[in-house]
Design a protein around this ligand. Structure first.
Ligand SMILES: [Zn+2]
Length: 486
């Protein structure tokens, strides 16, 4: 039984910072440029060059440390992490070892409506490595390898959690929350598909109630949040099966194979590198002034948790819905723009999370590129409010905007969708429907309330959905009651 064991997860996230230039030189950091076009002697690791710290990268790291409730070091430094790898031309990476910029923070997550605090051990700044490209099917079959140094030297932040997560669900919630915070403070674009956000999970299992951690394995090459969830579930089950058959878990690094849906041993910890860290002699130690830190704190934008609270408190949005909007910068921008245009916040949230989200999911788009703009939605909602169209027609109007980008007013006018609220017009249709459906009419008169729904449906059919539903209901009841004696 899986329930005899508990899963323990800690997560390391690497996020590339959204600076214009690299961390120790002036090269640009754009993604997708032709190989080796964004390089200079510094990021190519030529001898005799001196790195110069990009202040913006340091500011972004401090901003992140503050958003994650960390203590920001007053004194910090950079260290050389020595290892040989083809995509690391200097044979060392400038990183931070014993004095990270941020430490002892936390991030609150929600899982199944319950809040949990995940401690953050450290946040530090380092440089990205280059990227190896293997010519051929895979690394084994490749005839040769190529290296692109465009990525080398892009500022990279490492965020390490304590092993506080107890399930794959909690790990996924942590990553989602972390991403929404990094996006909100604008320090990274967090695109896992472009590698600007990457994660590794340390997974172990232990008998429920045990206080000591079991032997952990380190999972690498996880390319999506969905894969994180699958990888952790697989790995925990694998470890539990080992323990139950009397074997033990080996401390090792494992690769997640998403196609096969399993983790595969990469290397044992005994083969792990000894990085021989030592202080980077070419960079001066960092003294991080408290005034600067406070000014960064003051300039911080609203974080997702605070935003959610405000939506619930001030706009009356249900907690869960408020969280969905607040966690996504694109949805937040859309929502706030629509509310700013004078729309009803609750209706806007409802339609965003309902119709619009469904259409975007189907088309693979997001709120940033949504053909229905906030002004379109607000205009459509006001057409409902003033009774010119019904909610049902509104759905078809939004579909039309989604495909054509036309304005709601134009669509309603051209397609003749204006709701029929005119009494005489509705009475005529209602009478026609009553005359054509003697069966349901006598059912209703015999006390079957449900028959009314059928008759309302017939009126809608006759008017192609344009009949005002409230008026239709009322007139139907009146006409059916009048006819009781007949
Ligand atoms: Zn450079």
């Amino acid at each position: 039984m899986a329930s005899e064991y508990e899963t323990v997860v800690g997560i390391e996230v690497h996020a590339e910072l959204l600076t214009e230039s690299k961390v120790f030189c002036g090269c640009p950091t754009r993604f997708g440029a032709a190989p080796n076009t964004q390089t200079c002697p510094i990021c190519l690791g030529m001898p005799g060059v001196l790195p110069v710290l990009n202040k913006r990268a340091l500011e972004f790291t401090i901003r992140t440390a503050l958003a994650l409730n960390c203590q920001v070091a007053e004194f910090s430094k950079f260290d050389r992490k020595n290892y040989f790898y083809p995509d690391l031309p200097k044979n060392y990476q400038i990183s931070q070892y014993d004095l990270p910029i941020g430490r002892n923070g936390y991030l609150d997550i929600d899982v199944d409506g319950e809040q949990k605090r995940i401690r953050i051990r450290r946040v530090h700044l380092e440089e990205e490595t280059g990227k190896s490209l293997h010519a051929g099917e895979d690394i084994i079959a490749a005839t040769h390898s190529l290296v692109d140094f465009n990525r080398a030297g892009i500022p990279l932040m490492e965020i390490v959690s304590e092993a506080d997560m107890r399930s794959a669900d909690e790990a996924r919630a942590y990553l989602n929350k972390l991403r929404s915070v990094l996006l909100a403070i604008g320090v990274s674009d967090c695109k896992m598909e472009e590698g600007s956000m990457r994660c590794e999970a340390n997974v172990s299992v232990r008998p429920v109630g045990a206080s000591e951690f079991g032997t952990q394995t380190e999972l690498k090459n996880i390319a999506s949040f969905r894969a994180v969830h699958r990888a952790i579930e697989f790995e925990a089950a694998r470890q539990i099966a080992l323990l139950k058959s009397g074997e033990h878990v080996t401390r090792e690094t494992r690769h997640w194979d998403d196609e096969r849906g399993e983790t595969v041993r990469m290397r044992g910890k005994e083969e792990a590198h000894d990085y021989r860290y030592f202080p980077e002699p070419d960079l001066v130690p960092l003294e991080i002034g408290r005034e600067w830190v406070e000014s960064i704190r003051e300039s911080m934008p609203e974080l997702p948790d605070a935003r959610r609270g405000r939506y619930v408190r001030e706009l009356g949005i249900p907690e869960y819905d408020a969280g969905l909007i607040a966690d996504s910068p694109a949805m937040t921008r859309f929502f706030e723009e629509a509310v700013g245009l004078g729309g009803d916040a609750r209706e806007i949230a409802k339609w965003m999370l309902g119709e619009l989200s469904a259409a975007l999911n189907a088309s693979g788009g997001d709120f940033e590129s949504c053909p229905v703009r906030p002004s379109h939605l607000v205009e459509t909602l006001s057409l409902i409010k003033t009774g010119r169209i019904s909610g049902k027609i509104a759905k078809s109007v939004l579909e039309d905007i989604f495909g054509t980008g036309r304005s709601p007013e134009e669509i309603v006018r051209e397609r003749g969708l204006v709701q029929i609220s005119d009494e005489a017009q509705l009475v005529a249709v209602v009478d026609k429907v009553i005359a054509a459906n003697p069966g349901p009419v006598s059912d209703f008169r015999g006390g079957k309330e449900k028959a009314l729904t059928f008759l309302v449906g017939q009126v809608m059919k006759e008017t192609r959905g344009r009949a005002n539903p409230e008026a239709t209901n009322r007139i139907l009841r009146e006409r059916l009651a009048e006819g009781t004696g007949r």
